[in-house]
Design a binder for this molecule. Sequence first.
Ligand SMILES: CC(C)(COP(=O)(O)OP(=O)(O)OC[C@H]1O[C@@H](n2cnc3c(N)ncnc32)[C@H](O)[C@@H]1OP(=O)(O)O)[C@@H](O)C(=O)NCCC(=O)NCCS
Length: 117
Amino acid sequence: MAMPADTNAAGDIFGGWVLSQMDLAGGIAAGQRALGRVVTISVDRMTFIRPVQVGDVLCVYCSIPTVGRTSMKVAIEAWALRHRHGGREKVTDATFTFVAVDDTGRPRPVPPLDAEG
Ligand SMILES: CC(C)(COP(=O)(O)OP(=O)(O)OC[C@H]1O[C@@H](n2cnc3c(N)ncnc32)[C@H](O)[C@@H]1OP(=O)(O)O)[C@@H](O)C(=O)NCCC(=O)NCCS
């Protein structure tokens, strides 16, 4: 939920807060796909279509359309659920790229989909 601490001096939610929630969500999705540690390597262009206000719940949806050798492109959409239970409006979307890394932070191959057994 967007809280007063996430606002700028004018009372609007920082775009960086939204980006950070998307990075967190994408990191969870990529980490689940890669079965381990991942890092964000890039974020494509973002446009903020609608504002987020205090009391809105930010809903973040992820899908992974592309998996490379060590990288994954995660398509991420952020929607604002107005005042916790109102209508939903799309706020922004972006493609984040995550890289699976080993314990030393070096790229490692993303395991095949059935690697979990
Ligand atoms: C991610 C990191 C380990 C990659 O190291 P690297 O030596 O550049 O690795 P590589 O050149 O082997 O590239 C790894 C993968 O990233 C992809 N990649 C490299 N640069 C990229 C870019 N700018 N955008 C998207 N993907 C990129 C490569 O295509 C490769 O993917 P593939 O294996 O699926 O083909 C290194 O750049 C890093 O540690 N970056 C900092 C990450 C971080 O701290 N993020 C949080 C910032 S606060």
